[in-house]
Write a protein that binds this ligand. Sequence first.
Ligand SMILES: NC(=O)c1ccc[n+]([C@@H]2O[C@H](COP(=O)([O-])OP(=O)(O)OC[C@H]3O[C@@H](n4cnc5c(N)ncnc54)[C@H](O)[C@@H]3O)[C@@H](O)[C@H]2O)c1
Ligand SMILES: O=P(O)(O)OC[C@H](O)CO
Length: 334
Amino acid sequence: MDRVAVLGAGSWGTAFAKVVADSGTDVVLWARRAEVADAISTSRVNADYLPGVTLPANLSATADAAKALDGAQAVVLAVPSQTLRANLTGWRTSLPEGATLVSLAKGVELGTLKRMSEVIREVAGVPEDQVAVVSGPNLAKEIAAEQPTATVIACTDHDRAVDLQHACSNSYFRPYTNVDVVGCELGGACKNVIALACGMAAGLGFGDNTMASIITRGLAETARLGAALGADPLTFAGLAGLGDLVATCASPLSRNRSFGERLGRGDTLAQAQEAAHGQVAEGVKSCSSIRELAARVGVDMPITDGVHQVCHEGLDPRVLTAALLGRERKAERQ
Ligand SMILES: NC(=O)c1ccc[n+]([C@@H]2O[C@H](COP(=O)([O-])OP(=O)(O)OC[C@H]3O[C@@H](n4cnc5c(N)ncnc54)[C@H](O)[C@@H]3O)[C@@H](O)[C@H]2O)c1
Ligand SMILES: O=P(O)(O)OC[C@H](O)CO
């Protein structure tokens, strides 16, 4: 692979483009705003999202998506989940034939309840084995600072995953392959919701026992959903499951955890949204789609359900705490 397009110049799109460029592959990064593309081209910095990070010379930027896509062997989609369908519909006619379409987004679409790889297949009209997913404990700022990190590249076509693995392996970034796309995507989407719950707990002043309890029971409900949807249960013990869950729930860099913390301290949804400065906390929307998906397949997800109620039905996080603790007693593996 010698040319990759990354569509979306937010925190992760820009950091991932740097990863690919630092791995020796030429990258063209598409930014929605022309001034962001121009600034990257002239100063080699994306000051809005990754201030202080110098981007490599083999990374160029443009606001023209067709230009970014021209000749790309892999097309990396780095826009928020709920905008992926509309964005990709606009790019569809410029997608290079046979290119691997790669999702970086961690969410489940509202309304359709589709995972991002399903949205991509549907909109681009490509087979399942042409779509890959990157998911793991990947806080963009740490990766942009070249801190050692592992991730998972999931694709039902193992050889395609390996090609992509070669295009984004370097001294600070180590991707593993996996053929369980369903498990990796669900792990990535659900952990944002659990991180909101951990944030709420932190905002309420609770400590590490509470965090560990939410993380572990959050993993249990994520794995239950995964099992019902055909995922490999072991995926949830891996980087795209437990790995990402721990990083997101523990890190002050996580937008989801920070958002939850504000709610826990008493902010309204609107106040927490304002404090996020336009950066996406995917769990705020995906808590609703995941909750609906769980109901569709008859899976109990009490934490996800509670996060939805706090975010969208005005439930006080303190009342959620009491409700979760007061649930019917049960066996751990029930
Ligand atoms: N930031 C991280 O550390 C990180 C790590 C792994 C995965 N992710 C996932 O990657 C995806 C993108 O996250 P990000 O951190 O780059 O987000 P971000 O908020 O930093 O950037 C989003 C980018 O998408 C663009 N965009 C295009 N159409 C848009 C629209 N209609 N509305 C809003 N923005 C639009 C924005 O201009 C911006 O460049 C999310 O699903 C996120 O969960 C993020
Ligand atoms: O900042 P968050 O909460 O969107 O999390 C970022 C990444 O998904 C961590 O892997």
